[in-house]
Design a protein around this ligand. Structure first.
Ligand code: FES
Ligand SMILES: [Fe+2]
Length: 356
């Protein structure tokens, strides 16, 4: 099942250069994206209404897109406006149009009823060229259902184990400290202190030998992860146990990620990582990003292997633990969205603990 009425990240805006048609698939729907003469992004169903050739194999003509099989031409609103060899254009000759929004540096598509698309509901995200931050970005393709990646991001206890040599190095606290969770519209806010952390490398110069680390992220359907991590002098957690302290942190890390379902066993994971500009120079950013990418490779190896195990025996029950609280709450929210808005898809058996 897929939730159609939602904004999905189609890619980083700089992926969609002008003069080319870009093919993407989101929730099993093929989409062709191109830019009109004034640079506006258009997203149409990537399936010509004539005999279903992909429009991404077509040609941009001004603001329009021509199918290069038998030449039907489509306007940016998806209407067919030209059929070679005939004057009459049937009303039914059209392809779906998907509402597009560019926010921060992401391109968002509304995959459901265009009339229900609310641009105000696009979650806020940073632009990669925001002068207040230094960020690097990339993406990874997964052979796995997107909810397994969501589960991973909603349960950071895995940092202490899956990332014991990277993001979770010397940080058993990730597994030991229970986070606080607050409900959000279509998501969760997850917050915790990591007390008495011993930073390494250049982080030690910035944050000292021992720091309290405030970690807070918003996680919003379908898989948007907006995380802020502030390093403070040891003892700060005692003074401000349940909230971000009012004083500026010694070091402020930023991570923004989005998970986009492509099909039942394919997902794309977009990520940006960095820090406040004053905290990091380009060379240190390269190092921070390299460690981060190594960690994301660790996640991918585990999650793809987990998917294979699930598919070997989809009816097998998982055993829930306390650390599943975030994934469980989010799965319940997804179930609610599916109940009101779901469309069928295959291959979802075995993707959650049966008792959750
Ligand atoms: S399939 Fe597109 S014009 Fe025939
Ligand atoms: Fe991870």
């Amino acid at each position: 099942m897929w939730v159609r009425n939602a904004w999905y990240v189609a890619g980083w805006s700089n992926e969609f250069d002008a003069g080319r048609v870009h093919a993407r698939t989101i929730i099993d729907q093929p989409v062709a994206l191109y830019r009109t003469g004034d640079g506006k992004l258009i997203a149409l169903e990537d399936r010509c209404c004539h005999r279903f050739a992909p429009l991404s194999m077509g040609r941009i003509e001004g603001d329009d897109l021509r199918c290069m099989y038998h030449g039907l031409k489509f306007a940016p609103d998806g209407r067919c406006i030209e059929i070679p060899g005939q004057k009459l254009i049937p009303q039914s000759a059209c392809v779906r149009r998907y509402p597009v929004e560019v926010r921060g540096s992401w391109v968002w598509l509304w995959m459901g009823d265009p009339a229900a698309a609310d641009p105000q509901a696009v979650p806020p995200s940073l632009a990669l060229d925001d002068p207040a931050y230094r960020l690097k970005a990339g993406h990874l393709d997964y052979t796995a259902h997107y909810l397994l990646i969501d589960d991973n991001l909603l349960d950071l206890t895995h940092l202490s184990f899956a990332h014991e040599n990277t993001l979770g190095q010397d940080m058993p606290q990730w597994a030991d400290e229970r986070p606080r969770m607050l409900p959000l519209e279509r998501g969760l806010r997850v917050q915790r202190w990591i007390r008495n952390h011993r930073p390494r490398g250049f982080m030690r110069k910035k944050a000292g030998d021992c720091a309290d680390v405030w970690n807070s992220y918003d996680f919003v359907f379908p898989g948007l992860f907006l995380q802020r991590t502030g390093f403070y002098p040891a003892g700060t957690a005692e003074r401000s146990p349940n909230a971000e302290p009012p004083e500026p942190p010694l070091f402020y890390r930023v991570d923004e990620q989005a998970v986009t379902p492509i099909s039942a066993r394919a997902s794309r994971y977009f990520y940006a990582a960095g820090a406040r500009s004053e905290d990091i120079d380009p060379e240190r950013l390269d190092r921070l990003f390299a460690v981060t990418q190594t960690a994301f490779g660790e996640d991918k190896a585990l999650i793809e292997a987990q998917q294979k195990m699930i598919d070997l025996d989809p009816d097998r029950r998982m055993i829930p633990t306390n650390s599943d609280a975030g994934p469980t709450r989010f799965r319940n929210l997804v179930d609610q969205l599916l109940a009101t808005d779901g469309t069928p898809s295959s291959g979802t058996a075995g993707l959650r603990p049966a008792s959750l």
